[in-house]
Every structure is written in structure tokens, then in C-alpha cells.
Design a binder for this molecule. Structure first.
Ligand code: DX5
Ligand code: ZN
Length: 220
């Protein structure tokens, strides 16, 4: 069976004790650390920036998966690469046209990071077809970005299925990641549709036994 990876979102972690709260996630079965950056402009909330990433990145062995929910990813992405990012994902909706997107993909690839594109629930998946050959990750939002703890939107499933078929058809290499409202009930749906990486914030951080929660998401 295909391997499923779990990416806990630290948006739901205990920030009064951040390192202690996340240090065991690898042993508990996680592969990625999902880092939600919000600027209060692209989304209606402000979270944290590259300074927080740099203070934890060397101590945490997980793959640092940076989700930039910001209006100007071109201006800030390099700060996150320098702070230890492995994957930089920006939003399709934050840029003005395809040319800007192609340029940003190239820039991020020229830094030492992998590159991803994310789409909001209201954005049609066919908008990102031109970029699929060039990227390492597609992040399908299954809630409106901005907050943790929202309800999963099933409209994301068709997008995941489409991306899986497109990858098969063209031999592309990107991974399909899904973000928002993922728990033990919604995980089987997104896995069946073709998701490879499951982001999960509140479900993992609120569970009494994180190892079990992560295993349940993976289906192990
Ligand atoms: C939402 C963020 C998510 C969020 C997921 O804007 O991108 O990563 O933390 O949280 P849950 O799993 O609680 O929906
Ligand atoms: Zn996210």
C-alpha cells in the first residue's frame, strides 16, 4: 500500500512550551512539521514568522513544510529558507499572473528549498495545470485558510483525485498534501482520493495519545 505521511500543524501547539510540545512528534510517527505563516492580510489572522522557525528548526528532525498564507511570498520566502525551511509553499491566489508564478517557482528552486503551490477552496484546480511539471508539492486547502479547527470541506476531494490522475498521466513527481479539518473520519476520504501528506493541527495536538492519533490518520 502507498505510504501516507503526516504533517502536524504547529498552529495548534502550545506556544508557551513550543519545543517541548513538538520534540517527540517524529517518534510519534510524523514525517513533516507544517508551519502556518499568516500575515493578517492574505488571511484574517497573524501567526508567526521565520524567527520562530529558526529557533526550532535545528532541534527538530522533521521535514520543515512552510505554508505561506501571505500576500508577498516573493519578498519573504528566502527568510524561511535561511531559517531552515525544506519546502516553501505559496498560494496561487497571492500572485497576479502565471509569469509571476513561474518566476517565483524558479527562484525558490534556486534557493535550497523544494517548492509547492496551494489553492484555496474557491480556486479551481485547473488554474494550476501549467505549473504541475515544475513543482514538488500541491497543497489542497480543505478549509478556508486562516484558522485551525474548522470543518473539512468535501469539495477538496475532486481536486485531489484530479491531481492524482494528472500525475499518473504525465509522470509528474509532485506530492499531494491536504490541509484543514483532517481527523480519523476525514483521513480515509482524502487518502482514497489520492492524498500523500495529511496536515493535521487540532486533531493531533488535542488528542491524549498522539502516536495513536498519527497512526489512525495513516491507517496503520
Ligand atoms: C489553516 C491552516 C492549517 C490548520 C489546520 O489555515 O493552514 O494548517 O492549522 O488545522 P486543523 O487540522 O485544526 O484544521
Ligand atoms: Zn497549513
Amino acid at each position: 500500500m502507498k505510504k501516507i505521511y503526516v504533517a502536524p500543524s504547529i498552529l495548534s501547539a502550545d506556544f508557551s512550551n513550543l519545543y517541548l510540545d513538538i520534540k517527540d512528534l517524529k517518534e510519534q510517527g510524523a514525517s513533516y512539521l507544517h508551519f502556518d505563516v499568516m500575515d493578517g492580510h492574505f488571511v484574517n489572522n497573524i501567526s508567526f514568522g521565520s524567527y520562530v522557525l529558526s529557533s526550532i528548526s535545528k532541534k527538530i528532525e522533521l521535514i520543515k513544510d512552510i505554508h505561506l498564507m501571505i500576500s508577498n511570498p516573493k519578498k519573504y520566502y528566502l527568510d524561511f529558507v535561511k531559517a531552515g525551511a525544506d519546502i516553501i509553499t505559496f498560494h496561487y491566489e497571492a500572485l497576479n499572473n502565471d509569469e509571476e508564478i513561474f518566476n517565483l517557482i524558479k527562484e525558490i528552486k534556486n534557493s535550497r528549498a523544494m517548492v509547492g503551490i496551494s489553492i484555496k477552496p474557491g480556486t479551481e484546480v485547473n488554474k494550476i495545470i501549467p505549473f504541475l511539471n515544475d513543482i514538488d508539492l500541491v497543497l489542497v486547502m480543505s478549509v478556508e485558510p486562516g484558522f485551525g479547527g474548522q470543518k473539512f470541506m468535501p469539495s477538496s476531494l475532486n481536486k485531489i483525485e484530479f491531481l492524482k490522475k494528472e500525475r499518473e498521466k504525465n509522470n509528474y513527481h509532485y506530492k499531494i498534501e491536504v490541509d484543514g479539518g483532517i481527523n480519523s473520519e476525514t483521513a480515509p476520504l482524502v487518502k482514497k482520493s489520492g492524498a500523500d501528506i495529511l496536515v493535521s493541527g487540532s486533531y493531533i495536538f488535542k488528542s491524549e495519545n498522539r502516536k495513536n492519533a498519527i497512526n489512525l490518520l495513516k491507517g496503520e
